[in-house]
Ligand binder design. Sequence first.
Ligand code: SF4
Length: 136
Amino acid sequence: MSSEKQILSTCIYCGCGCGFYFKVKDGRINGVVPSKNHPINKGSLCIKGWNASEFVHHPDRLTEPLIKENGKFRKASWKEALSLTVKKLKEHKEKSGPDSLAFFASAKCSNEENYLFMKLARAVFKTNNVDHCARL
Ligand code: SF4
């Protein structure tokens, strides 16, 4: 038996923050519906908002970490990839200072994930070099 539901969320593509519902069927997102009551968009979305769910289940989407060695990518576990990332970030910070680092967030993450990413840059690595592709 299939189940359909709509889950309220916020568009991740720009700072307007339009509200919409993800249409979810059998555990998969298959579209969006604008929120009619949202104070920002009042039932409208731009073309980016209407397509805000397309990347979620796209077959080309990376779903596991890749590590580049000798010019080629190989699959890695999350533990290995995160350990390597932490090691490299610490090395760069110690060698060249916190402003030698820059953090670039993604519109393919939730607002909450991007907030945590900003905290990681500023509070943990002590740099204000943090930006987001939706601000371009
Ligand atoms: S729907 Fe368009 S205007 Fe609204 S937040 Fe998304 S990208 Fe911005």
